[in-house]
Structure formats: C-alpha cells, structure tokens
Design a binder for this molecule. Sequence first.
Ligand code: CP
Length: 316
Amino acid sequence: MSTTTWIHKDLIGINELSAAEILMVLDTARAFKEVGKRPVKKVPSLRGKTMVNLFVEPSTRTRSSFELAAKRLSADVLNIDKTSSSIVKGESLKDTALNLQALNTDIIVIRHSAAGAPLFLAQRLQASVVNAGDGAHEHPTQALLDAFTIRETKGRIEGLNVTILGDIMYSRVARSNILLLTKLGAHVTLSGPSTLVPRVFEQFGCRVTHNMDEAIAGADVINLLRIQHERQRKTMFPGLGEYTAMFGLTKARFAQTKPDAMIMHPGPINRGVEIDSEIADCERSVILQQVTNGLAVRMAVLFLCAGGKLSTDSSS
Ligand code: CP
C-alpha cells in the first residue's frame, strides 16, 4: 500500500515512472473508464485548457484516442499533422512547437519518427509534452493501456508470464512494455527471429528465446507485434511466408497455449502474418478492449500531466 502524488509535467517514457506512479495512472484510468459508460461521457476536468495533437507520423488509434480523451475532459483540441503543417515547408520542430505554445497551448501530444523528439520539446516548452510514440524509443501510453487491460482481465500483473513476440528491436511498444512489466513484477519473455530479438534484451531482465513453442508455453499473456518495415534498414528475415511459418501465431500454435492465455496486439494488425485472422477475432483476443482502455488511460495521463490533483492508495 503506498500513497503517491503525481509530480511530472510531461510523460516522455515509462523509464521515468516508478511502479507506484504507473499504478497511479492505472487507478486514475479506472475512474475515467466509468465516465465512458455514462449517457453524457464528459467531465469538466480540463475545461479551459488547450491540447494540440501534433502527429508527424501516421496513426489511427493513438491520435483518435488522445483527441477523444481531451474532448471527454472538456479541453479544446487542435489536430496538426505533417502534411497540413508548415513542417513540409521546412519549419523546424522547435519553431512549430514554440508557435503552438505562443497560442497558449497547455498540452502538446507528439508522435514523431525521431527518438528523443518529445524530450527535446519538453525541455524547451512550458506546456506539458506527452509522447505518443517516438521512433523506436518509447510509446508509454500504449504500455499503460496494455497494463490496464492485463490487470482488468487477470486481476494482477505481478507474477504473470508475459510473452512479447515479433519485431522487438524496432518496437517502441516492446520497449515501453518491457520497462513497465518488469517494474510491476511480471516475468517477460521475448521471441522472434534472432535478427529482431537480440540477446542484449536480457539486460532488461527478460528471457530471450528464438524458439516460438518455448516462448508461448506457460504464457498468461501473449502480445504480438507487427514487423516495423518503416524502421528496418534492411530485410531482417527471408520473407513474410517464412516469418509466419516460424514465428506467427498460427492455429496450430494457438492450440498449444494455456486455455486462459490473453491474446494482445497494439495494432495495426497484419492479419495472416504475425497472427492468424481468426485468432485476432477470437474470444481470448483483447485487441479491441485495448483500444477502449486506451481512451481511459489517455484521459488519466492528460489529467495528471495537466496538474490534476489526485492521490491514490495502490496495490497491484
Ligand atoms: N498502437 C498504435 O500506436 O496504433 P496507431 O499507430 O494507429 O496509433
């Protein structure tokens, strides 16, 4: 049992959060999830605040989730993407952000292909900066919503066997999940081709195996990642057919999993590549539950970073 107070202006990564702070986000999100079940799905927590969604890389889930989260908290929202901004005319990220701050923006949510872009802004702006995914570095709200979904389904995180499969090396989702899950006491196994899952990840406290059957045996949670073609500099395996045969969650492999193993995926899914299409839609799949929970988690993050005062008693 611990009492925690939120002290962060920004959310750059899970790396900067303690276990107690992670639990505080999850507890706050649980309260906000109730708001989504009301006939009027809105609270005045961020009334008068302005949030900018600055997405310099494509997104479906994260961008729409942050926009809805801010609107449910009664904030004013501005959406800016690369193609419709002066970034295409050569304006620097810093100048774009300073101009947004000059409009009295309170929160900037940023997705960028460059690792470190959110930290760069956070160090230069008075506005809160929230990382919505930066290169292969971190995607903290994805890890928080994944943890929320695991805790909601399994009732705990500590002691669970969580297997993350696929393109670990180029995945910000994997990095944030590894940091979060090990902080909360889960046993994390990583698997995929050796070119995408190097043994160096053992230094993060994970088990690394390149044997898929070994990786899924005994897993309480299986989290599948897509191949990050946009971040790979060369082909790291012979072809997608070989990848599916060796590392995809096929029906035959699914039959070997624990009967209550959760199937997770951050999206976007490449059906028939990392996951069989029917498994993606089966009753053990929580992929759309993850999306629903993302909204509550992002409401919690915006609320806390904008100075929402809440102390919680937490235990995982
Ligand atoms: N999971 C995730 O980040 O999805 P988007 O790229 O659609 O935001």
